[in-house]
Design a protein around this ligand. Sequence first.
Ligand code: FAD
Length: 539
Amino acid sequence: ADAEPPLRMLLKALETVVKNPKKGDAVVYWMRMEDLRVSDNRALARASGQAQKDGVPLLVIFIISPQDHIAHDRSARRIDFTLRNLSSIKASLAPLNIPLYTKIHTQRRTLPALVISLLTHWRATHLFANIEYEVDELRRDIRVCELAKENGIGVEFFHDRCLVEPGKVLTKEGKPYTIYSPFQRNWLSQINSNLSWLDEAPPPSPNPKSVHEDPAFKILFEAPIPDVVEGFECMDREEMKEMWPAGTDSAKQVLIRFLHTKSRSSQLGAVNPLSPGAETSDKKSRAASYKDMRDRGDRDTTSRLSPYLAAGVISARECVRQSMKLLGVTKIQATRDTGVGMWVMEIAWRDFYTHVMAAFPRVSMGRPFQEKFAVVKWETNEEHLQSWKEGRTGVPIVDAAMRQGNKMGWIHNRMRMAAAMYLTKDLMIDWRLGEKYFMEILIDGDLASNNGGWQWSASTGTDPQPYFRIFNPYKQSEKADPTGDYIRYFVPELTKLRGPDIHNPSASAAAKLGYPKPLVNHDEARKRALRRYKTPGDE
Ligand code: FAD
């Protein structure tokens, strides 16, 4: 692991903060980008418990920090989704007389001081939050601990994002795993030995009604959630609202849709995942057919929960609890035998990449996990990069994937891989440029999963296999889109093509349809990639 990862430093800093602060006039829960929910939220539950114990009101704050969003390349869609979820949270907290106070703060450096000054202003002596594992956020929280200590404020942070807290899944030698399969086995056995980790955190208790009359807190109820954050105007807000409705109730419906309802081919391009489809095309539920169908881009068989999981609108625990209920089991089954079991293994990938980021923070700072690949020679071809972004590479499956991302803010997993592999291995363009672009368009953009996915595709990450992990995009296309419906949906120029032509149109057919020629020849590009990875640093 990297020298003294910031997560360990934060945990140490937490040991030094004031343990039993004097009772104050309020308790504060600081909600962050990844825990946008009221139910099953550990920090919120504990903050509420403290407020009850002290007999003081619970206040919820959310700080919008545009500089952090810029630093993380967060998309306007993700910011808009955040605001929409905050509105839903404010509405859920209102009947409990709990205010949600949202504030835009433009200087990220002074954010810890702002939070502490809010607490001192309200004479609050307890601060609660869930941990964010990105380096900048961990450093920010270390500073929060220092300032809190100086001001006699108690701070408690909780692990809430993953099913198993980062730092807990270790090899026999006490080291973090760098390969998924043994990680997943250890992860599973730990959860099954500690099933209370899956317990639902209790909902917050209501504040007394009188809090509305308190002049110090009244204004918090009245402050509106901003409609937009300057610099993050979401141009397709209405479409995003329709496709990705906000709120935990919506997320729960999306989960039910996956676990209990059948896939409908009419919903391929995702319209609102909750709207009824015209016809039912599968015999089994999405979850049941996940085992065989999950890689099919031409079917709508995956959960589409990633925007909700990335923003914490639903907890990963809830997803697993519901999966267990469906299977009628008391222990988690992450196996390849059932669709639901396979699905739980995907949730384990989410944990894996967060654990990797926490143990090896360099991956989130633009460094390859495999340092030897830091000197791989990349092409700088603006035109190729632009064509890839716009979905005009002349390789239908890659273009469909990119257009899906541009249109929906979400891409099917297999197609993310195909698009990422094509950028890094066929066009030999630096994975960091692709990683950044995905963050800029995705509504589910998540640093750990996106970075993990990109480094996996570029073979610079954990468990790299550059010598044989070079996808042939045309073969991928035949496997992931055997009907061609996915390509036809997102690349309308090719709607008329039938049969195998859809995967690799002939030059004459493409010219007739106004579709571009492939930017590179795959076989030649493959040889170039192998050469460059074999002797990184050389031409
Ligand atoms: P399902 O198949 O239903 O899976 C359920 C959940 O498991 C997902 O919602 C997600 O939370 C998690 N999951 C599934 N696969 C992975 C995976 N490979 N890595 C980590 N978590 C996973 N996922 C993001 O959430 N945000 C990203 O920014 C992101 N960027 C990616 C970039 C690349 C290049 C690649 C190859 C993958 C990326 N992924 C990302 C992972 C994966 O593609 C998406 O999580 C998945 O496609 C979301 O669709 P779903 O919710 O229907 O997934």
